[in-house]
Design a protein. Structure first.
Length: 201
């Protein structure tokens, strides 16, 4: 039976999207994080197993650009956010990922993201700030769906790439971490699964 550990040389792909207070991972707040765990079926096809999402309280002294909040629609002070401190949010996101690593015999999670360096930089900054010790993600390797979609479909913008892959896109739901994560995950699975059909790999 095909194993996901064999497909990506011991890496478990986990799709991550973050919503933030700006573009600088050192100074700007992490506000939302979502992660989709990817599994492999008996035919070697990838699919989304589960998605975990948490709202994050800005770290002390964090910068938040008003323009970023306009784009995401996040209301920082809303009690409905039930935002967690960075360390607690990371623990709750990473616990099921570590469980999946054990069950699949994968050694590390590898972050999959659309322009993945951005999401990985915010994840790494939060890990460092909160002194989080059980980070399952590789610290610098990642899979970038902007690059993969550019190769597969000639599209690098997430909404266009998703639609080129034949996946529904609702612009009014975009820019929430959970929506963007699940669409990025669907895109990643579509590209890898098509490659399997084309090449048999």
């Amino acid at each position: 039976m095909p194993r996901i550990a064999d497909r990506f040389r011991g890496f478990l792909p986990v799709v991550v999207d973050v919503e933030t207070g700006g573009f600088n991972s050192r100074t700007d707040a992490l506000l939302e994080i979502a992660a989709s765990i990817i599994r492999m079926d008996d035919f070697g096809r990838l699919f989304i197993a589960e998605t975990i999402t948490r709202n994050v309280a800005p770290f002390e002294g964090a910068n938040i650009e008003p323009k970023s909040l306009e784009i995401t629609g996040i209301k920082i002070d809303s009690p409905l956010r039930m935002a967690l401190p960075e360390k607690e949010a990371l623990q709750q996101i990473c616990q099921p990922i570590r469980k999946e690593l054990r069950e699949t015999s994968c050694q590390r999670a590898i972050l999959v993201g659309h322009n993945s360096f951005f999401d990985l930089s915010f994840l790494n900054a939060a890990v460092e700030r909160s002194d989080f010790k059980r980070n399952p993600f590789h610290p610098f390797s990642s899979f970038d769906t902007a690059t993969l979609a550019g190769l597969a479909f000639g599209q690098t913008v997430l909404s266009r790439a998703v639609q080129a892959a034949g996946i529904d896109w609702n612009e009014s739901e975009a820019h929430s971490a959970v929506y963007d994560t699940e669409k990025t995950a669907a895109l990643f699975c579509a590209i890898v699964n098509r490659w399997k059909i084309l090449t048999g790999f």
